[in-house]
Design a protein around this ligand. Structure first.
Ligand code: PRX
Length: 674
């Protein structure tokens, strides 16, 4: 981000140091990890061999020759020469001892509908049949990319695991995203098959989801990517429940086609450890989303190890992560990590407060969930609308997670005392789409918790805080700077799909010590977050330093939002700034200036909102669209987002006299702060 603009870190609340909370004794007694020597085993001196410990949690067809190949730094290859299949590790290997155990509990949003309990044996059957369909009907093979645009359903992990079985690279797009957003990802990944679902429930309404497939395919075709098959799962198998009709010759109902593959078995492909497993698109500083490419062996080892030691998953646990599988949290910590450990993983279709804010706790009670994982935005919302609900239900969590954005200590304490009833260990896991798994967290059986702080670097993850010049801040200095990771780790993304230059430029160029170096020590990974390290080595994450707004734990690029607003023909200029929000953490405020000859009106503001929803999805909805006479600009013509952010957040705009048009600041302030 350019100098002089306000980052989220700057508008973040400045918290006090908080007291420790110690993990409950009965948690520690059963924890997977209580041995503090783990930090020594994973010290930099033992890097990279320490990660063998995670890889050994998996079944390999063949072991690797080299644990870390840095010859193409910073594109690393982990466990090079190893052969492995992720679907085999999440499904087949559990059959011998646990085939009758529930792998997935699917909870429909409508409470009157039955919960589906899918055993590992059934998962095996369904993954195999789907893999056969993908191979023999859709013609997909190892290395092909396929876009999934599916809602929360059991069919989503089934489809992912079917892809993984064949070595097909899946790219799941968050179901709430628009058809247009899916199209960009279809085009970028070069997918000729789109897999979707006809409909799903959200807030009690059955949404027509298939209509987004039509938009996506049309837009992708305009952009030059032809989708020749759309595979449509049915929310109610055997009954098509979307209004939008099927397109002859292009659209096929999965539940019908599957009948031709009943009983089929597909031998898992022996993938190279470094072959890509999936792409996950995320927002960046420029408009175009980045396809983070995650590998097979390294990624799976990392999410399995962290699920075991940080999520503390044992085979007998019922684990519920309320995130959407369309985000990285769902990939790593609903599907791949938990299933590799033979957990029972809950998938909930709908929103947490449907039909009332007691719903999550009823689900927990009914399924006997004992590990719970969610984001501050959900915690804030449940605290606001149903502060007394958890006490009404009889469940016991041994472990809870908060992830995705900084959590205010007050909110943390409500989570601990009311949701966790003071009996659960909490981990605040800080990480990113790019990183595949956790970067900082407390180890729940070892470290005390500190509200608002993520904790130390994970075993084998060695953070440092650098200033703008690349000088390392003294350890534990309590000063804010750019948090970077000194070393590579197996879960980190391998590159940005099709754009190695962007990978290097975005994440490494700023602090790279020598661009020709093949030594990982020269390539610290820049996370793009600001953080402070306390004297006890705990990191508190302050927020993004770039033009990315974290809304409800989801990253939105300001450029993406701004260019979506420019789709409205009356709009000449747009600027987005983050505003503090009680529930969402931050929310975008959208400023637009119109082309000459157009008048501001409520209809026009609504048109901008509609454009954001159709270009990106309802998640991008701003708090407000402000139609302003002009944007505050520097003399060189740059929009001063910092000034707009101060106005939106009711903070001091500072000295604006050097602007090209200082008067407009007062006009905008009167308009916004009236
Ligand atoms: O700013 C950090 C924030 O979310 C960003 C990553 O977002 P995304 O790629 O969507 O991944 C979400 C799943 C981890 C980070 O750069 N963030 C994530 N977790 C935390 C957090 N901020 C504070 N505390 C966290 N625990």
């Amino acid at each position: 981000m350019s100098q002089g603009e306000t980052s989220e870190a700057q508008i973040a609340v400045h918290w006090q140091e908080e007291d420790y909370f110690y993990p409950p004794r009965d948690f520690v007694a059963q924890a997977n990890l209580t041995d503090e020597s783990v930090y020594d085993r994973f010290s930099l001196d033992n890097f990279p061999n320490c990660f063998k410990e995670y890889a050994d949690l998996l079944d390999w067809y063949e072991y690797w020759d080299e644990i870390l190949d840095t010859s193409d730094a910073p594109c690393y290859k982990w466990f090079k020469g190893g052969k492995i299949n992720a679907s085999y590790n999440c499904v087949d290997r559990h059959l011998a001892r646990n085939k009758n155990k529930t792998a997935i509990h699917f909870v429909p949003e409508l409470e009157e509908e039955k919960v589906e309990h899918i055993t590992y044996q059934e998962l095996y059957v369904r993954v195999n049949e789907m893999a056969a369909l993908l191979r023999d009907f859709a013609g997909l093979k190892r290395g092909d990319r396929v876009t999934l645009h599916m809602p929360m359903s059991a069919e989503l992990p089934i489809t992912m695991l079917a892809c993984a079985r064949l070595g097909v690279i899946h790219s799941q797009v968050f179901g709430g995203f628009s058809g247009n957003a899916a199209a960009d990802r279809i085009e970028d990944s070069g997918s000729r098959v789109l897999i979707t679902m006809d409909s799903y429930y959200r807030g009690g309404k059955l949404l027509d989801h298939k209509k987004k497939a039509d938009e996506a395919v049309a837009k992708a075709a305009q952009d030059g990517q032809v989708v020749d098959k759309v595979l449509i799962w049915q929310r109610y198998p055997g009954k098509y429940s979307a209004q939008t009709p099927l397109v002859e010759g292009r659209d096929f109902l999965v539940n019908d086609e599957l009948k031709n593959f009943y009983g089929a078995r597909v031998e898992p492909e022996r993938m190279n450890a470094e072959d890509p497993l999936f792409l996950m698109y995320t927002s960046g500083t420029t408009g175009k989303p980045k396809g983070c490419q995650h590998g097979t062996g390294g990624y799976l080892a990392y999410v399995t190890g962290t699920s075991k030691y940080v999520q503390d998953i044992h085979p007998e646990d019922v684990y519920w992560c309320m995130a959407d599988i369309g985000w990285i949290t769902g990939h790593s910590y609903i599907v791949y990590g938990p299933l590799a450990l033979c957990a029972s993983s809950v998938i909930y279709e709908g929103i947490p407060n449907y039909p009332d804010p007691g719903r999550p706790w009823r689900i927990a009670q009914n399924l006997d969930v004992n590990i719970f994982h969610t984001a501050p935005t959900a915690i804030r919302a449940l605290r606001k609308i149903g502060p007394d609900e958890p006490a009404k239900y009889n469940y016991k969590f041994k472990h809870m997670t908060t992830v995705g954005e900084p959590i205010e200590p007050e909110v943390w304490k409500w989570y601990y005392n009311v949701v966790g009833k003071g009996q659960a260990a909490i981990v605040d896991t800080w990480w990113q789409t790019e990183t595949g798994g956790f970067l900082c967290s407390t180890l729940p059986g070892i470290s005390p918790m500190k509200p608002g702080s993520a904790g130390k670097g994970m075993p084998g993850i060695h953070p440092i805080i650098l200033d703008d010049e690349g000088v390392e801040l003294p350890r534990g200095a309590g000063k804010a700077g750019n948090i970077c990771i000194q070393n590579p780790w197996p879960g980190m993304f391998q590159t940005i799909w099709g754009d190695r230059d962007r990978f290097v430029t975005n994440y490494f160029a700023r602090y790279c010590k020598n661009p020709d170096s093949k030594d990982w020590r020269d390539w610290p990974y820049m996370t793009g977050d600001a953080a402070v390290e306390a004297p006890d080595g705990y990191y508190r994450i302050l927020g993004r330093i770039d033009d990315v707004i974290n809304v409800s734990g989801h990253r939105l690029g300001t450029k993406e939002l701004e260019s979506a607003a420019l789709v409205v023909e009356e709009v000449a200029e747009s600027a987005v700034v983050p505003v503090k929000d009680d529930i969402k953490g931050v929310t975008p405020d959208m400023y637009v200036a119109l082309k000459p000859g157009f008048e501001a009106s409520d209809e026009l503001a609504q048109k901008v909102i509609n454009a954001l929803i159709s270009e990106i999805g309802p998640i991008a909805k701003p708090r407000k669209v402000w139609i302003v006479p002009d944007m505050p600009k520097t003399r060189s013509g740059k929009i001063m987002r910092r000034v707009l952010a101060s106005i939106s957040n009711n903070t001091d705009v500072g000295d604006v006299m050097t602007l090209a048009n200082p008067d407009v600041v007062e006009t905008i302030r009167n308009q916004v702060q009236k």
